[in-house]
Design a protein around this ligand. Structure first.
Ligand SMILES: Cc1cc2nc3c(=O)[nH]c(=O)nc-3n(C[C@H](O)[C@H](O)[C@H](O)COP(=O)(O)OP(=O)(O)OC[C@H]3O[C@@H](n4cnc5c(N)ncnc54)[C@H](O)[C@@H]3O)c2cc1C
Length: 473
């Protein structure tokens, strides 16, 4: 059967469905092709389920520590099956909401695996989408514009192939039905660090092995160092600059044993499970790109800053184009693609304006350049760093670890970067994002009246401190 649409979106994750909703708002007839579940990685295997688990871990850790607040909570117990059901319920609630949104915007969702085809009897241009619905059921969707939003999947390492039981990737870890006694996490990037934090809060003995010299290698060095210090304080073993010798990996009844190498010295690590968190690979195979002139570079679909591929009526957004691989980046790219496709002049996606958050305990959040990046770009920088330990709200909460660091240009006063580690920092990094968007100087943000007592007050102080004008720090 053949259907005609203004726009067909291949992949119903956050990048794809955002593009679809925006196009529908612009009065277009839109379809999404999704082979699995609408919502994609973020809703089913990423942001949402992991944050639901992190919330349970946070509650557990707080209850074990409640005596500090004068609250007795003896014999605090953990029922991991309830933790897992709550996570599933959170996902289910949002999944229903998303299905409702599709109906509300009259977006047609086709279940099946989509594939682009080249010029054919259906269209002289490539970009017609053939949808395999199984049992020899093939649909043909003929769109004016196409958005590729096929996302990504966990990367694997030869020798560390996952089995879902002893060696797991992040998708499989979210399906754990019981907690292991110990875990070795391979990779100290965002996903590895979040898992280290939550497993350790649940009482699992955790070792993180990271090849780079520090955790969160693309974040500011001060943040990485502080995070490592705080995780170690909680009993997490952190081995940076350390390589996993993948040929040494052996599974046995008690779990898994592997060798690691640090400065030519080897050590043996054993744990009940190994969690492989070594990045994500774009889904660019098997989607018919060879039938088009769309280019793939370094494993990612190549796009311009309006999200157009080399075939200008075919757009691509989200994890499949690489870059930061974050849900809000994918959503923003989806908006840009839809608006550009229908003749508007959207706000372009600029990577240094995308906030980056890690929901460990404590959280980290940042935007813009690190101090090192700013210097490498030839900027003469001024830097401030103010600590939560002196902030009223942090002391009230009993969460005083961490700091906010601001990097600004000495000459122009431009705000170049904000780097935070501490309580709930992911909730107010958007203030720095707004400041960047509006080209506000640190002084202007410092002048903004922050309510007292709040954690965001420290952001105001950090902005003032960059010019030596902090009042309270
Ligand atoms: C454990 C984890 C935690 C994360 N936490 C956060 C977080 O806290 N904050 C954050 O911003 N980001 C987070 N992310 C990243 C975030 O989930 C991704 O950046 C985001 O989901 C990317 O969206 P997308 O639309 O590009 O792709 P996806 O969400 O991967 O969606 C792509 C969709 O396309 C479908 N598809 C693929 N090929 C085809 C085909 N041929 N036909 C039909 N359908 C197809 C897939 O089934 C999938 O549903 C996390 C990721 C992980 C793994």
């Amino acid at each position: 059967m053949t259907h005609t649409f203004d726009m067909v979106v291949l992949g119903g994750g956050i990048g794809g469905y955002t593009a679809a909703i925006r196009a529908a708002q612009l009065g277009k007839n839109v379809a999404i092709v999704e082979q699995d579940k609408l919502g994609g990685t973020c809703l089913h295997r990423g942001c949402i389920p992991s944050k639901a688990l992190l919330r349970s871990a946070e509650v557990f850790a707080l209850m074990k520590d409640s005596d500090r607040f004068g609250v007795g909570a003896e014999a605090v117990t953990l029922d991991f099956s309830k933790v897992a059901s709550r996570k599933d319920a959170v996902v289910e609630q949002l999944y229903s909401g998303l299905q409702f949104l599709m109906k509300k915007h009259k977006i047609t969702v086709f279940q099946g695996k989509g594939r682009l085809i080249g010029p054919s009897i259906f269209s002289p241009r490539s970009g017609t989408v053939s949808v395999d619905q199984g049992e020899d059921e093939i649909l043909t969707l003929v769109p004016e514009k196409v958005v590729i939003a096929t996302g990504s999947r966990p990367r694997s390492l030869p020798g560390l192939e996952t089995d879902g039981m002893t060696i797991l990737n992040s998708d499989e870890a979210l399906r754990l039905e019981k907690l292991p006694a110990s875990a070795v996490i391979i990779g100290g990037g965002v996903i590895g660090v979040e898992w280290a934090s939550l497993l350790s809060d649940f009482g699992v003995q955790v070792t993180v092995v990271e090849f780079a010299p520090r955790l969160l290698p693309s974040e500011d060095e001060d943040v990485s160092r502080e995070l490592e210090r705080l995780l170690k304080k909680r009993g997490v073993s952190v081995r940076t600059g350390t390589k996993v010798l993948t040929e040494s990996v052996r599974k046995h009844e008690g779990g898994v044993t592997l060798n690691v190498e640090y400065r030519e010295e080897q050590a043996e690590l054993s744990a009940e499970i190994a969690l492989v968190c070594v990045g994500r690979q774009a889904n660019v195979e098997g989607i018919g790109l060879e039938n088009t002139d769309v280019k793939v570079e370094g494993g990612f679909v190549r796009v311009n800053d309006s999200m157009q591929t080399a075939e200008l009526h075919i757009y691509a957004v989200g994890d499949c184009i690489g870059g930061l691989q974050l849900a809000h980046a994918a959503a923003h790219e989806g908006l840009t693609a839809a608006e550009h496709a229908w003749g508007l002049q959207p706000h372009k996606v600029e990577p240094h304006r995308v906030p980056r958050c890690v929901y460990s305990r404590p959280e980290t959040a940042s935007i813009g350049w690190t101090e090192r990046e700013a210097k490498e770009r030839g900027r003469d920088v001024k830097v401030s760093k103010v600590h939560f330990r002196a902030l009223g709200k942090a002391i009230v909460l009993g969460e005083t670890d961490g700091f906010i660091k601001v990097v600004a240009d000495k000459e122009t006063n431009d705000l170049l970067g904000v780097h935070m580690i501490g309580p709930h920092v992911t909730d107010y990094i958007s203030e720095a994002a707004l400041a960047q968007l509006l080209d506000a100087t640190p002084w202007e943000i410092g002048q903004t009246i922050h309510p007292h007592p709040t954690l965001s007050e420290l952001l105001g102080e950090a902005m003032l401190a960059v010019d030596g004008r902090s009042i309270n720090m």
